[in-house]
Design a protein around this ligand. Structure first.
Ligand code: SF4
Ligand code: SF4
Length: 249
């Protein structure tokens, strides 16, 4: 929990369903398998930082290192962090006309954790969440001081963080099998890919965690940052060079 967060927060989900609309839901590898097998589309979001720390705030180093994987990038090494997320630009495909989840018992881990944050460096800010104001005015204490009160929720968050660490090598292999090999710089943006659902489903079933890792490239638009990365030996593109979108901050 971020040290800036000191207030007590209560929470009681109203079941409004707003968090199920317009949010790409991060999935574990197992959840991504289930999602694609049922025909759901997955978006792949990638960011990276250099082994020398470029792109990485010092206080985030431990968390970022544990959920990333080293890949060759020019004459240096980049650490890539990959998110497979349910592609939900509008209503989630599992939300029914009454705003109820049709896979509630087997819904993804992150759906069970919202509105809490997975990243320990991002504090919970009620105003940044989709929940209506009344959700924050009653219910049991969620945060007391800097502590998450609900132990069950804390366990789910830890499971999600652990899955991030356990899955990263497999995600790198799957991305490479699909020709996905370009990352944005952490803190500067993401590269976003929308792989063919059948091809991804097949890769999720068949690709293991063995084998060499092919070279990766960083996509950065800012000329000064581009120069800095190149001076560190990184391979850099400043224009989209493949089937992806660059989402800058
Ligand atoms: S899977 Fe269910 S809980 Fe998760 S976003 Fe979709 S409708 Fe909402
Ligand atoms: S937006 Fe908040 S209050 Fe509404 S269903 Fe999601 S978690 Fe519950």
């Amino acid at each position: 929990m971020n040290s800036a967060q000191t207030t007590d927060i209560r929470f009681d989900c109203t079941g409004c369903g707003k968090c199920c609309t317009g949010h790409h839901v991060p999935l574990t590898l197992n959840e991504a398998r289930q999602w694609t097998v049922s025909g759901g589309q997955v978006i792949v979001l990638i960011e990276a930082f250099l082994a020398n720390g470029l792109g990485l705030p010092a206080e985030q180093r431990e968390h970022a290192l544990r959920r990333s994987w080293p890949v060759p990038c020019g004459s240096t090494e980049a650490h890539v962090a990959i998110t497979f997320a349910a592609f939900n630009p509008e209503r989630c495909r599992n939300l029914d006309a009454n705003d109820l989840c049709t896979i509630y018992e087997s819904r993804p881990l992150v759906c069970r954790i919202y509105p809490m944050e997975i990243n320990p460096h991002i504090p919970l800010r009620p105003e940044a969440k989709d929940c209506p104001s009344e959700a924050w005015q009653s219910g049991p204490p969620l945060i007391h001081g800097q502590q998450l009160v609900d132990r069950r929720l804390a366990e789910l968050i830890e499971r999600s963080r652990q899955a991030d660490r356990d899955d990263i090598r497999g995600k790198v292999a799957i991305c490479q099998a699909l020709g996905i090999d370009t990352s944005a710089l952490k803190g500067n943006g993401f590269t976003a890919y929308l792989p063919d659902t059948q091809a991804l489903a097949q890769a999720l079933q068949q690709v293991g965690t063995e084998g060499p890792i092919a070279p990766w490239t960083l996509h950065v638009i800012d000329p000064a940052l581009c120069e800095q990365l190149q001076a560190s030996g990184a391979q850099v593109y400043s224009e989209a060079a493949g089937h992806y979108a660059f989402i800058g901050f």
